[in-house]
Design a protein around this ligand. Structure first.
Ligand code: C5P
Length: 217
């Protein structure tokens, strides 16, 4: 049995008390991954942004709003986990200035200055111990396999799940699961629960089984 951290859903970066930047993400893939991991007998912690979906009760749920909150909670939880599945769509930008009061309309263009936010999968990938693994997702529209492998390397992932933009807010998904050398370890199309089971099967045989075997050597 492994202890798995799953990030899920979007994050929000507020411009003022009522307006925010976010990503289009339902959290449905995160729910399906939690269920698939629990079905295999693993312990699951889910760090989630604001979503309208319910996670299984057996998963420990930690709610966050911003990307830096997601990073802080994930980092704290990951210390005691075997692996991370980064299924969240964290907001990649945050405003340099956040207004205390609602920004009034003036009729003139509003210029937003944005900082990049921290990358959770990349941060935990860089910090992980030898006995920990990380799995990222890549949503690519152009040259997908090449870009996914580049992302896997940049974020120090052990596997990357490549999906297309049609996955966003949908009940179905179509994925390829790629290893560090670009090896195709699996692919799956169908409902998100079906796809999540296929992803967990690959994680089980390529990461959990071998990482635990190494422990015993
Ligand atoms: O770079 P891109 O957003 O395409 O990478 C997607 C992968 O990186 C997903 O696994 C996503 O959860 C993760 N990610 C993250 N923190 C961010 C942006 C993306 O963990 N700020």
């Amino acid at each position: 049995m492994a202890k798995i951290l799953i990030t899920s859903g979007p994050t929000r970066q507020y411009l003022d008390p009522v307006r925010y930047l976010t990503n289009s993400s339902s959290g449905k893939m995160g729910v399906a991954l939690c269920e698939a991991a629990l079905d295999l007998g693993h312990e699951v912690i889910v760090v989630t942004g604001p979503v309208g979906v319910d996670y299984p009760c057996a998963a420990r749920r930690i709610d966050v709003v911003t990307t830096s909150e997601m990073l802080r909670a994930s980092r704290e939880m990951f210390a005691d986990c075997d692996g991370l599945i980064g299924a969240a769509a964290p907001c990649d930008y945050r405003p340099v200035r956040v207004a205390d009061q609602k920004i009034a309309k003036t009729g003139a263009p509003l210029m937003l200055e944005l900082w990049e936010t921290e990358d959770i999968v990349a941060t935990l990938g860089a910090e992980k111990r030898d006995d920990q693994w990380t799995v990222g997702f890549a949503l690519e529209t152009e040259d997908p396999r090449f870009r996914a492998i580049t992302k896997l390397e940049r974020k120090s992932c052990d596997l990357i799940v490549l999906n297309g933009p049609e996955a966003m807010n949908s009940d179905t998904n179509s994925v390829e699961i790629l290893g560090p050398g670009g090896e195709l370890f699996g692919s799956s199309q169908g409902t998100k629960p079906t796809v999540a089971q296929a992803i967990l099967d690959v994680i089980q045989s390529h990461l959990i089984a071998s990482f635990h075997k190494n422990d015993k050597l």
